[in-house]
Design a protein. Sequence first.
Length: 162
Amino acid sequence: METATRGRLLILGLGNLLMGDEGLGVHFAQRLEQRNDLPAGVDILEGGTSGFLLTEYFVGYPTMILVDATMDERPAGTIRLIHPRFSSDFPKSLSTHDIGLKDLLDGLTLLGRMPEIHLFVVSIQDLANMEIGLSPEVEAVLPELERQVLELAQSLVSKVDA
């Protein structure tokens, strides 16, 4: 994705695709990429476990919606929207993207370059090494997660256009 073609809002799916439900964000981004009715100015990215490699996106977009899994003792499939300001505001992540991403966020905060972030987390129960699919509980909430994310995305780009 070249800088010149970027929209105003990035929806970024995070997670490890090879660890079952932990790959939720990537599965979600792939699902959105299949749609042809996204609001104008909205881009989608499968961020995987990239950490620092995502720097250009965090710097290049004024507003981001992140989607990630969390293991937080809530029932599997619980969807929450968080508005983190610092890396410590993010829920505990589950895989290698935790280290690089939190360091990236701390650096952006120190530089005053942190975009406006809206974080959707979905609770999961356990990790499944070398499993690509999602559990039935997490798979079942994807339509509702999609509805909530797209509703917020539309609201954010409408606010900018107004």
